[in-house]
Ligand binder design. Structure first.
Ligand code: ADP
Length: 315
């Protein structure tokens, strides 16, 4: 039986426009590496990391996931959780979720496949309390399964079960993520959840529903190039874009040079464009100019969909 397991889990983009809290996609850009090692009971749970993340296990997504699984399964061991961050935290690329997902998989492997996909998603989602203040599953599901995911944000009556479905995404599409170099507040995800409208016009809901349905149906059929034509979100994006300097210009520029769609990545402030063509460098340049118009520098990341996490070491 292994004493230590290391898992690499990808970053992700959540929402994909109209799929707030429901859609996610894993991105082949950055991967967090989490090693969980069994320790004596008296060790408790300890986070080890040289990166700028909370080391208190109650404030770290991976710590919360490990504690929840330990409690649920009656695991007696203490646990050391070593985290090597690669996903930049707080920029809308599912940083905390990558650690949470990697930790959930490592725990499952270390303690002999305790959970199925639905329960694993539930436990990984618990980690998001440390970053967003609330549980949500879109980023963790993408980091857990790779490709495009749909999650039901409700937990069932048993209290730990999240419906989740995933599908591989064709490598024919390319994502261009513009990560603005602005300071993000510590509680950014919480703040950006606070600006979401409480009431929605029925006709707006209907348009978002149509777009979301197209996205899910097209990805399921393997038509990624058509799915990315339906990223328009007329409910959440108009409220959240005010938190991103230059957003309108970034999006307009990306669309002008032929992006299929462009929206906020998760809770932002990164903006993500999608293309089925080979115009990704041009789109990146256009997005950069958009941010420049608001006097903001940005980093452009060009990436493909990720196939998901990997167990990279067992000892
Ligand atoms: P984003 O999805 O935009 O990357 P997150 O939801 O990941 O943003 O939130 C980042 C916040 O979560 C940071 O303030 C960070 O301190 C906190 N956090 C807690 N645990 C982790 C972790 N393991 N990795 C990254 N951030 C974490």
């Amino acid at each position: 039986m292994a004493k230590s397991v290391t898992v690499r889990a990808p970053c992700s983009t959540a929402n994909l426009g109209p799929g707030f809290d429901v859609f996610g996609m894993a991105l082949d850009a950055f991967y967090d590496e989490v090693t969980v090692t069994k320790k004596p009971k008296s060790f408790g749970i300890k986070i080890v990391s040289s990166d700028d993340i909370p080391l208190d296990p109650k404030k770290n997504t991976a710590g919360l996931v490990a504690a929840a699984i330990k409690k649920d399964s009656g695991i007696e061991n203490g646990l050391e959780i070593k985290i090597k961050k690669n996903v930049p935290a707080g920029y809308g690329m599912g940083s905390s979720a990558a650690s949470a997902a990697a930790c959930a998989i490592a725990m499952n492997e270390l303690f002999d496949a305790l959970y199925d996909d639905e329960n694993l998603t539930y436990f990984a989602g618990i980690g998001e309390r440390a970053s967003a203040g609330t549980v949500h599953y879109d980023n963790v599901a993408a980091s857990l399964f790779g490709g495009f995911v749909v999650v039901d944000p409700r937990v069932n009556a048993r209290g730990k079960f999240v419906n989740v479905t995933d599908c591989e995404v064709s490598q024919d599409i390319t994502m261009i993520v513009a990560v603005p170099k602005i300071k993000v507040p510590k509680q950014k995800t919480k703040a950006s959840r606070g600006v979401i409208p409480r009431n929605v016009k029925f006709s707006d809901a209907s348009i978002n529903l149509a777009n979301a349905a197209y996205i899910a149906a097209c990805f399921a059929k393997g038509w990624a190039d058509i799915a990315i034509n339906h990223l328009e979100d007329i409910i959440v994006e108009p409220a959240r874009k005010k938190m991103i300097p230059g957003f309108d210009k970034v999006k307009k520029n990306a669309m002008k040079v032929g992006a299929n769609g462009c929206t906020i990545s998760g809770a932002g402030p990164s903006v993500i464009a999608f293309t089925e063509g080979d115009n990704f460098t041009e789109i990146g340049e256009a997005m950069k100019k958009g941010f420049k118009s608001a006097k903001v520098d940005c980093e452009i990341i060009i990436c493909k969909p990720s196939k998901g996490p990997k167990i990279i070491k067992r000892k």
